[in-house]
Design a protein around this ligand. Structure first.
Ligand code: ATP
Ligand code: MG
Length: 506
């Protein structure tokens, strides 16, 4: 007899319907899976065989063929275990049920229990889109699956319980959302601004950056607090909207990085990859394209500590996603697009020894090395950075001053107010913050009063700024004005924005 069970494949961040067709015929015992399965899907044979046997059912000793249709779509991962098992049980007439309106996903253990499965969230979204009312998931995925409303989640912890349900022996265990607050802890090693002494101008620059989603580079000698300052950003950034939280959770769900006790990621991601990271690790890739660090920092911060050490070619690969806010990974058979709308924060020393330009210590780098070091970061890359700030070393008096500075909370409330103004401004568009404005929006939204225009004109002429710099200064000016709740950009807003321009370093 032939049985058909519905499941889904993941293509990037989107789900795609897959039919699992199972045919059992008499002949020499065999169990084959066709339809472009990868190694993990092939191994499903062993898991399914043991799980069926250990769930009180019989594994048919006949010729079994499983076809995953459409046959030209690659299938990866262990989520096909459950639909294959259900297909075999239906086909061998051990259960009789109409499963045409139900989608099944789940990885099986040898003992028949259902394990946590990656990428459940996009698959629930798909079943809603395709009008499938029911979705059977592993019990541990139920909270994550229930984030998208409109589909009935039927969670099971074992194949044997599912078999009883399909035989009509037990009712459907519908998922009841728990009342517990769905909050995840912010990443560890996060610092409150209050504990960072001095560096007021850097804190201000980070506040402006957080308010408008601008990219930042911090430069200064070793031990001046660059890493510390960058790690204070997550506490200044405003909380994510529900929509943003869902987007981020989808990416983590597909990457298998969603903690089991955190169904919804509410804190903005803060990713800090080491400079030895590979190209694929940074921007995404692999045989089955997976999101890289830039997508894992979507809606949050990508912190590149020791920026020049990342090397020229790695930084160049960031140029396109920094501009487009998405990354497309092409493979021979298909291409997938992942979102990558992140705030880039870089920290660097001015030279390999770290003391070039330091008023108190002599730089020991040989001539030529400093400029070679700084040239590892190309002009076009620097051009995409809105705020460039120097972090000098802190003196004794400031470090030993016991008075606590302003807490991150206060900065965050100002940032949040500025972000609300931006959300209102960009209502109806896909933009969220000022840094995303294109020249058209800059023209529409960045009106400056006359003295401000004169200042900008003088700066353009004297500093020989490029067209991109012109737009960047206006965007920054808009953010600084938003922090002051001002409708029109004034001269002092632009004066501050001009200060943040990337300097020619050597
Ligand atoms: N402004 C500051 N207030 C309080 N502590 C500070 C400050 N600056 C630095 N420190 C202390 O110095 C340590 C080193 O700072 P941090 O790692 O941020 O320096 P860095 O600028 O990143 O140096 P490097 O260039 O070597 O990476 C911090 O862990 C912190 O204890
Ligand atoms: Mg550091």
């Amino acid at each position: 007899m032939l049985a058909k069970v519905k499941t889904a494949a993941l293509v990037g961040l989107e789900g795609q319907l897959v039919d699992v067709e199972v045919d059992i015929a008499s002949g020499l015992p065999a169990f084959n899976i066709v339809g472009l399965p990868d190694a993990a899907v092939q191994e499903a044979r062993e898991r399914v065989r043991a799980a069926i046997r250990n769930s009180g059912c019989t594994f048919p000793t006949k010729r079994i063929v499983v076809n995953l249709a459409p046959a030209d779509l690659k299938k990866a991962g262990p989520a096909y275990d459950l639909p294959i098992a259900v297909g075999i049980l239906l086909s061998s007439e051990q259960i009789f049920a109409d499963v045409s309106q139900t989608l099944f996903i789940g990885e099986l253990s040898l003992d028949g229990s259902l394990r946590h499965t990656n990428g459940v969230l996009p698959i629930v979204a798909l079943s809603l889109e395709k009008g499938l009312p029911d979705i059977v998931t592993p019990g541990v995925n139920a909270r994550e699956a229930s984030l998208i409303e409109g589909t009935r989640i039927i969670p099971f912890d074992s194949l044997s319980r599912l078999v009883s349900y399909l035989r009509g022996e037990i009712p459907a265990p519908e998922y009841q959302p728990e009342e517990s607050p769905e909050t995840d802890a912010p990443a560890s090693a996060i610092t409150d601004l209050a504990y960072i002494k001095g560096q007021e101008h850097v804190k201000r620059a980070l506040e402006v950056a957080a308010a408008g989603g601008h990219n930042v580079i911090m430069m200064g000698p070793p031990g001046s607090g660059k890493t510390l300052l960058a790690r204070s950003l997550p506490l200044i950034l405003p909380p994510m909207t529900n929509e943003e939280a869902l987007e981020v959770t989808k990416i983590y769900s597909v990457s298998g990085l969603l903690p089991a006790d955190t169904p919804l990621i509410r804190h903005r991601p803060f990713r800090s990859p080491h400079y030895t990271i590979s190209n694929a690790g940074l921007v995404g890739g692999g045989h089955w394209p997976k999101p890289g660090e830039i997508s894992l920092s979507h809606r949050g911060v990508l912190f590149l500590d020791e920026l020049p050490e990342f090397g020229h070619s790695l930084l160049e690969t960031l140029r396109q996603p920094l501009e487009d806010k998405v990354i497309t990974i092409s493979r021979a058979q298909s291409s997938v697009t992942f979102p990558a709308n992140f705030m880039m924060v870089g920290a660097m020393n001015p030279c390999p020894c770290g003391y070039w330009g330091d008023p108190f210590r002599q730089c020991t780098c040989p001539p030529g090395l400093v400029s070679r070091y700084q040239k590892r970061i190309s002009g076009p890359f620097i051009d995409r950075v809105d705020i460039f700030v120097e972090v000098p070393h802190v003196d004794y008096e400031k470090l030993t001053d016991d008075t606590l500075g302003e807490k991150s909370e206060q900065a965050q409330s100002r940032v949040q107010a500025a972000r609300l103004r931006q959300l209102e401004r960009f209502q109806g568009s896909t933009m969220n913050c000022n840094s995303e404005m294109t020249p058209t929006e800059v023209r529409d939204f960045c009106q400056a009063e006359e003295p401000a225009q004169n200042l900008l004109k003088a700066a353009m002429n004297q500093l020989h700024l490029s067209a991109r710099a012109f737009h960047r200064i206006l965007k920054l000016g808009r953010t600084i004005a938003d922090l002051e709740n001002a409708d029109i950009i004034k001269a002092h807003h632009l004066a501050e924005a001009i200060q943040y321009r990337p300097r020619t370093m050597v």
